[in-house]
Design a protein around this ligand. Sequence first.
Ligand code: PHE
Length: 324
Amino acid sequence: MSETIDQVEEQAKLKLDTLRTPEELASFRIAYLGKKGKLAALMEKIKTLPIEEKREFGGRVNQLKNYLEKSFEAKSELLHRVQKKPEFFDETLPAIYPRLGRLHPITQTIREISQIFERLGFDVVDGPEIETEYYNFTALNIPLDHPSRDAFDTFYTEGGQLLRSQTSTVQIRVMQTKKPPLRIIAPGRVYRPDTVDASHSFMFHQIEGLMVDDKTTFSDLKGVLHLFLRELFGSEVKIRFRPHFFPFTEPSVEVDLRWGSRGWLEILGAGSVDPNVFDAVGYNSKQVQGFAFGLGVERIAMLRHGIEDIRLFYENDIRFLRQF
Ligand code: PHE
């Protein structure tokens, strides 16, 4: 007889552990605690027992009954709480990670390029974005009738100032306040009234470099730029120097980069600083020489990351930005 109590007890305990839904709870209650349930059956049995066994058997059935009722109550309460969704904690869900910010790909590119030049002894300097014609053109040996001075190519402000169209302005400002030897790079925003499309923007970033001392030559320029481009694009990089014209450098070149199936891509402008620029800042153009170069940051970031549309940099779309 008491074996049956043991059996009921064992089955009931196992079953209790598996209960998950209101339906399972209900069927457990019916099967064990209900009027026709297993406990009721054990109770029934008490009547049929001889007096000597009634007491002990009855006591045990009662104990089991109390135990199962309490456990069932606790289990129902637990499941009930779990069913109320907001308080339900599912520890198997993936963790919620805090969103980490990161640097904009243009900032990253500027920093990377700056670090390469810093290792070569260049200082990073800054200058104003609202400039005068003098710094943006005149001191840079750009004649009054040069097309870049045209309102179609430069934003002018009402007070006769302009938004710089190149960071070469910073060269002039630094040379006015410092004597050679000089090694600087000037990263920053520049503005040109270009129609916005996949490769043009009315605002973009440049990095301008300048080195001046008593015997900086064109071959120093070639060496520095080659080293820089190898650092940035890898030691296999193929470049070529193509003759060009800039008012502020003489001789001038454009540097092209070999880019797989796309052939040669223009990547920067450079040259030996024109003596007229040295004269404009009060350097003795017979005693100093130097080189300058300028590059577009977006161009480089687009090449390195395979980005096809410059507008992606400015749209603030987190899905784009978080890839870098
Ligand atoms: N300032 C030139 C440009 O914006 C680039 C450049 C800089 C060329 C320095 C030569 C020397 O296109």
